[in-house]
Design a protein around this ligand. Structure first.
Ligand SMILES: N[C@@H](CCC(=O)N[C@@H](CSC=O)C(=O)NCC(=O)O)C(=O)O
Length: 280
């Protein structure tokens, strides 16, 4: 059962927020959807799933990325889930990089997080099924995200290469098993067995990928990003991609930081990148 929370016309289309009870996270979840003008049961449109970063909700991308005009022009719907389960009964911590607002798009195995923190299942299975049931969309899907959400987008595409036409990321946490944000989150959600961590690490997954499962990837990274060297490490993904002949392009952008100012500067390019594969 979907509950509509807000509706606003934008760029000739519609931005809407919903809540629903999730069978994956066992709590109420919020998501936002942008429907381009003309989307209807007779004219279904493909979907870009957007995964946000630490501290975000469904609102950050929709309010700050400036994606609506280009998505409207290209006829692409955008769906932005929250970044974690939330609520009084959901475990939380007094930190910005773990628990609520920081689900890392994994299925937690460790108590007390394993009841609610199943964001992988939510994003990969439950949310697309819900979107395809209730909105005028096709089954063609692409995926993108920022920082923690960039990790989520690349990792989910690598694990489900037939489900997505293409994947892009802004400033992704490219190798979470080897950076402080990732080590903290994976220890808390997945325990200490690093073979389990590897199942959610884009570098490890790309290393295992079969050529028949390769899909086009674009990564944009600002060179003035404070998190670049310690947390993000996109060059490690490029090293694997080069070894494997994987079709990943990393574009370093001079002077840009980690913020939505960067995302809003290049979101049109990412939408155009996905459009060519969503409409092929
Ligand atoms: N300590 C900072 C960190 C929060 C931050 O920078 N969040 C980014 C994503 S970082 C990686 O996942 C973000 O998107 N913030 C929201 C926004 O609208 O900019 C802090 O707590 O501020």
């Amino acid at each position: 059962m979907l509950e509509n929370i807000s509706t606003a016309k934008v760029a000739g289309g519609w931005h809407k927020q919903y809540s629903h009870t999730s069978s994956s996270t066992h709590c109420s979840m919020h998501f936002a959807v942008f429907l381009p003008p003309g989307a209807s049961e007779k004219n279904k449109v493909p979907v870009l799933y957007w995964l946000s970063g630490l501290t975000c909700t469904d609102e950050n991308f929709m309010q700050k990325a400036g994606a609506f005009k280009k998505a409207a022009e290209l006829g692409i719907a955008i769906v932005a889930p929250d970044t974690s389960p939330r609520g009084e009964n959901v475990p939380n911590e007094d930190s910005y990089d773990f628990a609520q607002g920081a689900g890392f798009y994994v299925n937690a195995t460790q108590a007390p997080y394993n009841t609610h923190f199943n964001m992988y299942d939510y994003v990969v299975k439950e949310l697309p099924a819900l979107i395809e049931q209730h909105f005028p969309v096709t089954t063609k899907k692409a995926i993108s995200g920022h920082s923690m959400g960039g990790h989520g987008a690349l990792m989910i595409a690598l694990k489900n290469p037939k489900a997505y036409t293409s994947a892009t990321a802004f400033s992704p946490i490219a190798n979470p098993i080897d950076c402080p944000w990732g080590v903290k989150a994976f220890t808390g959600y997945l325990g200490t067995d690093k073979s389990v961590w590897a199942e959610y690490d884009s570098c490890e997954l790309m290393q295992q990928a079969k050529q028949a499962d390769y899909l086009p990837m674009l990564v944009s990274q600002g060179d003035a990003d404070n998190f670049l060297d310690e947390q993000l490490k996109p060059q490690k993904l490029v090293t694997v991609a080069t070894q494997k002949g994987y079709p990943l392009t990393l574009e370093m952008q001079a002077g840009y930081d980690h913020s939505y100012y960067f995302i809003s500067s290049f979101i049109d390019q990412h939408l155009l990148f996905h459009h060519q594969f969503l409409t092929a």
